[in-house]
Design a protein around this ligand. Structure first.
Ligand SMILES: Cc1cc2nc3c(=O)[nH]c(=O)nc-3n(C[C@H](O)[C@H](O)[C@H](O)COP(=O)(O)O)c2cc1C
Length: 196
């Protein structure tokens, strides 16, 4: 698939068939996402891949799937054959930026201009979503309100933050998000040429 087509075809899909995703396709998605950039090549990003129905049901509960269903959406989280939980370790970045090639002129960790760990996991998630499209699949990222509960459920270490859940599977026709009614912002609001 052409890169442009993958980008334009991608959308958050909220209805999946129960057809399973082959382990090879899942490996390819995870492997491509691993090629995301990371500040200082820290590679603080990681994934938990969940396919067991009971665990998917628990994760779906934490995502508030019943509220989606109440709002006219399908039970797209528990039905999706694969749930990926993208994670990032902020602590890994602090450790990396205390290494000799990364400390500032005073031998100290830099003052972070922005939390690059969130930028890096965002890049990783984007590749995973596009890789799913390239495999003929769809994906949806959803937030999880109670992250501590998700951490306990999946045994995630204290220093690692799960960002939410990516449901992945074969697409079925779905109800579009009401947010899309907002439309795209005008070009002038999005592109500022030669300065803001
Ligand atoms: C950081 C982030 C959080 C999101 N959280 C949710 C969510 O909790 N539930 C949901 O249904 N969609 C969620 N979305 C999907 C957005 O609603 C969706 O990306 C947006 O409406 C644009 O639609 P599209 O991705 O299909 O083009 C999230 C997207 C992002 C990038």
């Amino acid at each position: 698939m052409e890169f442009r087509d993958a980008v334009l075809k991608r959308r958050m899909v909220r209805h999946f068939s129960d057809r399973s995703v082959s382990p090879d396709a899942l490996e390819r998605i995870l492997d491509l996402a691993r090629h995301a950039p990371s500040a200082g090549f820290t590679q603080g990003q990681s994934f938990i891949a969940v396919t067991r129905p009971e665990m998917k049901a628990e994760i779906a509960r934490l995502c508030g799937e019943q509220e989606y269903v109440g709002g006219g959406f399908h039970n797209f989280i528990s039905v999706a054959p694969v749930l990926l939980v993208p994670c990032v370790s902020e602590a890994a970045y602090h450790r990396r930026y205390q290494e000799p090639d990364k400390v500032d002129e005073n031998g100290k960790e830099i003052n972070w201009p922005v939390p690059f760990w969130y930028m890096d996991i965002g890049c990783t998630v984007m590749i995973a979503l596009l890789a799913a499209v390239d495999e003929g699949l769809g994906g949806a990222f959803v937030g999880v309100p109670d992250l501590p509960a998700l951490k306990v459920l999946l045994g995630i270490p204290a220093e690692v933050t799960p960002m939410g859940v990516i449901a992945i599977g074969y697409r079925l026709p779905d109800k579009p998000s009401p947010s899309l009614k907002r439309g795209r912002v005008p070009d002038a609001q999005y592109i500022h040429r030669e300065g803001w």
